[in-house]
Design a protein around this ligand. Structure first.
Ligand SMILES: [Zn+2]
Length: 386
């Protein structure tokens, strides 16, 4: 998963000059190679590929007139050709024709494909050096893919694209870990016994229904109909934002753990589909089907995504496990049976008599599965929490 982090840069006057000349060099190479490619095609019907254009940079550097390009970061120059090539490919797929870069454009930028380092509140940019910055998190986690340095409205910024996917999730048996069961009767239940109530959207959803009724009374193609439609769109957005906020808050809370174990939704949906009971996404957000409408099923993917990057930012990780039978398995003795779930909310083991909240029991199984068969783990981890 790629994540972009934008920080404000505070280069000193010498660094500002170097950045300005980098921007100039990159723009020059972009325009020069674009012109070369266009002319070769126009005059000779010849296609000049990306690698030949990159070779052309070396040629330019060796010429007296353009030897000043030697001072620029060579990878940033190559990246410039790569970006131009991308714009060109985009054009072939039906996009707009690539434009020359103007020195008068309000936003000037260039890109480093790699070699950027981060330490404390400083960013190391090749050729420029260590630049003071603002907006970096304490612990910067992830592999840096590209860094775009930009200058606009007298401000310098760096957009850092990081890959947070490649990291291994290390399960530390002595640290905080929790299993989460999402969304049937409760929003979530976790292996510590915590249950989270659904988000209350009753008012918002009833307002949406009122708006829909208002819309149905408006004449076709009328101004009022357009207005009513806009109101519905706004209300839908409002509801979507409320859900998102809620999931952000929830994921922030759980990201305080080192490891969070959840169900793999892909497997869950697959098994549901084969049983023919896959839940359909709510078409027009009706609250009729009870409170679990407050977070639609398809939002859990978003929740896990939020959770994953928040955990990784803090050096933790998300583990996804096969969800099959987590709700029918007794967490105490391991007995698996449909009969353990005769009641929706309560788990009663037919083998050992263990009783528990059904969702909490499932969350404990999820946690145990995530840490590879160590069934006693959730108990020791709870001791550690205290
Ligand atoms: Zn049991």
């Amino acid at each position: 998963m790629l994540k972009a982090v934008k920080v404000r840069l505070y280069p000193n006057s010498g660094q500002r000059q170097i950045i300005a000349s980098q921007i100039g060099a990159v723009r020059y190479v972009y325009n020069r190679t674009l012109a070369l490619r266009m002319n070769a095609y126009k005059r000779f019907g010849k296609k000049v590929g990306k690698f030949d254009l990159i070779k052309h940079i070396t040629k330019l550097k060796s010429r007296d007139k353009t030897s000043w390009l030697k001072e620029a970061d060579s990878q940033a120059l190559q990246q410039s050709v790569a970006n131009m090539d991308k714009a060109y490919q985009h054009f072939f797929k039906g996009g707009g024709y690539p434009k020359f870069k103007s020195r008068h454009h309000p936003r000037q930028s260039y890109q480093y494909p790699q070699r950027v380092k981060i330490e404390g509140n400083k960013v190391f940019l090749p050729k420029v050096g260590w630049v003071r910055c603002k907006g970096l998190r304490k612990e910067f986690v992830g592999k840096i893919k590209t860094v775009t340095v930009s200058y606009e409205a007298y401000q310098y910024h760096a957009s850092i694209l990081v890959d947070i996917e490649g990291q291994e999730v290390v399960i530390d048996h002595n640290s905080k870990a929790v299993g989460i069961d999402v969304g049937v009767s409760l929003v979530v239940a976790d292996s510590n016994g915590k249950k989270v109530r659904p988000l209350d959207l009753v008012r918002e959803l009833s307002k949406l229904r009122t708006r829909a009724q208002q819309l149905s009374r408006k004449k076709r193609n009328s101004n009022n109909r357009a207005k009513a439609k806009a109101k519905i769109a706004r209300q839908n957005l409002h509801i979507a934002n409320m859900r998102k906020d809620f999931l952000h808050k929830l994921s922030r809370q759980y990201s305080e753990n080192q490891t969070v174990v959840v169900e793999d939704l892909k497997i869950k949906n697959m098994t549901k589909a084969t049983k023919g009971t896959v839940e359909r996404p709510a078409k027009n957000v009706s609250a009729k089907r009870g409170l679990n409408r407050s977070i639609p099923q398809q939002s859990w993917g978003m929740f896990f995504e939020f959770l994953e990057y928040k955990l990784k930012e803090r050096g933790g990780g998300l583990v996804k496990v096969d969800p099959r039978y987590t709700s029918q398995t007794c967490n105490k003795c391991g007995h698996v049976s449909k009969d353990n779930r005769k009641m929706q909310a309560k788990f009663v083991c037919t083998a050992c008599g263990h009783t528990a909240n059904a969702d909490v029991n499932a969350a404990k199984n999820i946690l145990a599965r995530g840490i590879h068969g160590n069934n006693a783990y959730h108990q020791t981890s709870q001791d550690d929490v205290a």
